[in-house]
Design a binder for this molecule. Structure first.
Ligand SMILES: *Cc1c(COP(=O)(O)O)cnc(C)c1O
Length: 364
């Protein structure tokens, strides 16, 4: 028995991608595997999806090279471009696709000495103000530098990102962002591939189903929306984070549990100690009462999460034993529910899985 295991269901992963294919029948699928595939394991996830995805997206050149070096030959896209002009040579040598968000990146590509051209997607700002320009003149300048250079494949692509596709109070602003995207594509005459929709766009905004869509969180069976789970969207959770009960104590009403005595037993009860903590990536911000799934029911956490362990109140009638399994999130307990208790989003919880957690792959 391992203290903490993250069980990754590659069958569910593939079924989720096929479901996304049905939701966006006219788009190609750029499977987003940045940040260690949202904590699910970069290479194993890419390998499992290799037959179903049309391309992979990452945010760092190291992630792209790691995929290439392990034999992934599908297109790999750098969503933020490259950060050093000396990396352009690697982009070309490893046949990567790169976003180009400013004049510096465009000039670095034009100035490089390359044996092969690079695939470029001009990245524009349609309302998020993160990467790219929203100024038509500047975008036209970037486009011209890239089009005039022998170092790029033509036609150039166009990419942007929706910032409020999942935000109910900002639906009008989301429409404006989509208008901006298609206006830029038309006015500057982009003839290459367009890429707009992320998970929330795929689920909710049909106009964002462009040549390429970029599913991230929904591939992992997790909802981008606060008020829904992945299961509500017809998806299956891919990650199950499991630990075990390693101690069981009978405690009295008023007993003080853990660091800072952050839980005071409200009744005589049975306290369980679980073999996972924030050193594994379980959030220390989890308040008393965050659910853990043990022996067919949800029990509340009790006291501060420690580095290697955490407590649950198993209740006075507990029959639970040392060695019983405790699911921290997964098929039996949506990670969306845990994230919402902790005041964060499920993206952060799955990304934070630490390297010491034992990751196992199975296909169910
Ligand atoms: C991370 C990312 C995505 C995927 O977002 P999800 O909400 O997980 O679908 C898509 N596009 C860009 C540019 C990203 O950075």
């Amino acid at each position: 028995m391992k203290a903490v295991s993250s069980i990754i269901d590659t069958g569910a992963l593939v079924r989720n991608l096929r479901r996304i294919r049905e939701m966006t029948p006219h788009s190609k699928l750029l499977a987003v595997v940045k940040a260690n595939a949202y904590g699910h394991g970069l290479y194993p996830v890419a390998a499992a999806l290799n037959d179903d995805a049309d391309a992979f997206a990452v945010s760092r050149i190291e992630e792209a090279l790691s995929l290439r070096n392990q034999g992934i030959s599908k297109p790999v896209v750098l969503l933020e471009g490259f950060f050093n002009s000396s990396d352009v040579e690697l982009v070309s040598r490893y046949d990567l696709y790169t976003a180009v968000h400013d004049l510096t990146q465009a000039r670095a590509i034009a100035d490089a000495k390359l044996k092969k051209p690079v695939h470029c997607w001009v990245q524009v700002d349609i309302g998020m103000h993160r990467l790219g320009s929203c100024d038509l003149k500047e975008i036209a300048q970037i486009k011209k530098i890239l089009e005039d250079s022998p170092n790029t494949y033509k036609p150039l692509g166009l990419i942007s990102h929706l910032s409020v596709a999942d935000t109910p109070s900002e639906q009008a602003y989301n429409e404006i962002q989509q208008d901006n995207f298609f206006r830029i594509a038309e006015e500057l005459d982009f003839k290459g591939d367009l890429s707009l929709g992320n998970s929330a766009g795929i689920c909710k905004w049909e106009r964002s189903h462009t040549t390429w869509v970029r599913p991230g969180i929904i591939m992992y069976g997790i909802s981008p929306f606060d008020d829904k789970t992945g299961v509500d969207l017809g998806l299956e959770p891919v990650m199950t984070l499991k630990a075990s009960l390693i101690a069981v104590h009978h405690i009295k009403k008023g007993d003080k549990v853990g660091y800072g005595a952050a839980y005071v037993a409200p009744h005589d009860t049975v306290l369980g100690v679980i073999s996972a903590g924030y050193g594994d990536g379980y959030p220390r911000t989890a308040p008393n009462g965050t659910p853990v799934y043990i022996n067919g029911r949800r029990v509340p956490t009790a006291g501060h999460v420690c580095m290697d362990m955490m407590f649950v109140d198993l209740g006075p009638d507990s029959q639970d034993k040392i060695g019983d399994s405790a699911v921290l999130w997964g098929k039996e307990l949506p990670v969306e529910v845990v994230a919402s208790c902790c005041g964060t989003i499920p993206y952060e919880l799955v990304c934070r899985i630490m390297p010491r957690v034992n990751t196992e792959y199975e296909s169910n």
